[in-house]
Design a binder for this molecule. Structure first.
Ligand code: BES
Ligand code: ZN
Ligand code: ZN
Length: 492
């Protein structure tokens, strides 16, 4: 989908649909709407349209404009219309109109600032994505929007043009993440994730290093290799490096991703019901790949390295057993009490590796625990940290990027849940505070480096589509990652 700022006067835009936002109980509806022979009044009184968020009504053959249709879309309450709403309105427009034979859209948004323009671009790009790669519907390519134009009632300044570019880049990065997460586990094994990372890196000028089983064995990544040994698809460790032309300080950000291409649970096997969804257990690593692509294009001042541990958690004759004791890269021994708590095992080695390779700040994203959905539902990423001021910085970036994030506690008391009789630590705690004990396990390998853990198990996959986003992979964490890197200005 092509996306642009349109400078032609709005009346002369020859598009399939010209869209205008109308708010609830709007005292100031767009003048173009008021000029349609009382149409707006009629749909308001009949109840066809009230201005509620994402509601739409379509008028064919409108008066005084070149567009084929005039579309009115609800913006909710005018006073609470911000970038979050604008992103979703743009997504909802694309999603509604693409099923109606519309191929070109212009959205009239008078007076939008840079943040608003970026959000609209992102939303439109995100709305254009569908989880239909493996559907053979011959008509699916007819249901695409080719161009999305923003009409701002005036020309696009260079600042607005670059905001549009940024929104497009971040939206496309998030869609790359969604493409990867959407792949079923027979089409994407760890080697395929390596190929995807390599091809992204070579297209966007990043360095990419890959460790294979032999290299990881030499290093001593026993925790990661223990998980991988039950699969005939070998594991890999991927390193993606972005180096700014001129680094302004000594900070070095690491983005760390869980890349379990399929999680059967291992011998502690998962129930059949719902197991098919465990193809999305690599969503953290896909978010790192997407974010690294946007970072390569947007060039923040801080060096950023992506670390991805990718394995398949399977059950062949060599599979890890409950009770096995493995030695992690850090030297700590781990008693594997439950083979389904595999994400933390591979991340333990990934965090140690990032720590040893110069990371001064680390953020990991992982579909780590079912318990995070019990605690927070599907609407917030769960965040954990060993450094409050780093988390405050991250939360500000996540808020600006429109990704809801909620901090969970990491009091020392919770560490008591992690006791092993035979090794330095077990890979599970008890029944209580499952997401917190998982985070404490990771922290044992992150300390003392400032670190944030994002549990995205309940936010990386949408079971139901939204007006603005298709069902399936959400691409969560990409926007926050990119925003965090872009906001990094200080030179410590
Ligand atoms: N991949 C799962 C977590 C998960 C659950 C992701 C649901 C997405 C949706 C993870 O590896 C896992 O199985 N965790 C266990 C931990 C338990 C054994 C302590 C869980 O959450 O049940
Ligand atoms: Zn698991
Ligand atoms: Zn898992």
């Amino acid at each position: 989908m092509q996306i642009k700022i349109e400078t032609t006067p709005v009346e002369r835009l020859s598009v399939d649909a010209l869209a205008l936002i109308c708010f609830e109980a709007d005292e100031n509806p767009p003048a173009l709407l008021a000029a349609q022979n009382g149409w707006l009044q009629e749909i308001l009184t009949s109840g066809e349209f009230s201005g509620k968020l994402y509601e739409t009504a379509v008028l064919h053959r409108p008066q005084g404009v070149a567009a084929k249709r005039l579309v009115v879309i609800g913006g909710g309450k005018r006073a609470t219309f911000r970038t979050v709403e604008a992103r979703r309105v743009a997504g909802a427009l694309v999603r509604t109109l693409k099923t109606k034979g519309v191929h070109s859209i212009a959205l009239f948004l008078s007076g939008a600032d840079e943040a608003m323009v970026a959000a609209v671009a992102e939303g439109a790009i995100l709305g254009s994505w569908e989880a239909d790669k493996y559907k053979s519907d011959p008509k699916k390519n007819d249901k695409r929007i080719d161009t999305f134009a923003l009409s701002l009632n005036g020309g696009g300044t260079p600042e607005l043009e670059s905001a549009l570019d940024q929104g497009r880049i971040v939206g496309e990065a998030q869609n790359l993440t969604r493409d990867l997460v959407n792949e079923p586990a027979n089409k994407l094994v760890p080697a395929d994730l390596v190929a995807a990372a390599r091809s992204m890196a070579s297209s966007y000028g990043l360095e990419c290093e890959v460790l294979d089983t032999e290299a990881m064995t030499k290093l001593g990544m026993g925790a990661l290799l223990g998980v991988a040994q039950g699969s005939s698809n070998p594991p890999f460790f991927i390193v993606l490096k972005y180096k700014p032309a001129r680094a302004t300080g000594s900070d070095h950000l690491a983005l760390v991703g869980k890349g379990v291409t399929f999680d059967t649970g291992g011998l502690s096997i998962k129930p059949a019901d719902g197991m098919e969804k465990m193809k999305y257990d690599m969503a953290g690593s896909a978010a790192v790949i997407g974010a690294m692509r946007a970072i390569a294009q947007l060039k923040p001042v801080i060096p950023v390295t992506g670390y991805i541990a990718t394995v398949e958690n399977m059950i062949n004759g060599n599979a890890q057993r409950p009770g096995d004791i493995v030695t992690a890269l850090s030297g700590k021994t781990i008693e594997v009490l439950n083979t389904d708590a595999e994400g933390r095992l591979i991340l333990a080695d990934a965090l140690t590796y990032a720590n040893r390779n110069g990371a001064t700040h680390m953020v990991d994203a992982a579909t780590l625990t079912g318990a995070i959905g019990i605690a927070l539902g599907h609407y917030n990423i769960g965040a954990f940290t060993n450094n409050e001021s780093f988390l405050a910085k991250f939360m500000a970036a996540a808020r600006a990027a429109g990704e809801k994030t909620w901090q969970l506690p990491m009091d020392e008391e919770y560490k008591e849940y992690l006791k092993s009789a035979f090794a330095d630590l077990p890979n599970i705690g008890g029944r209580h505070g499952g997401s917190i004990t998982a985070a404490w396990f990771l922290r044992e390998f992150a300390d003392p480096t400032p670190w944030i853990h994002l549990d995205i198990a309940a936010t990386a996959w949408l079971d139901d589509g939204k007006a603005w986003l298709s069902k399936g992979p959400s691409g969560v964490a990409v926007r926050s990652f990119v925003q965090l890197a872009l906001d990094w200005t200080h030179a410590s």
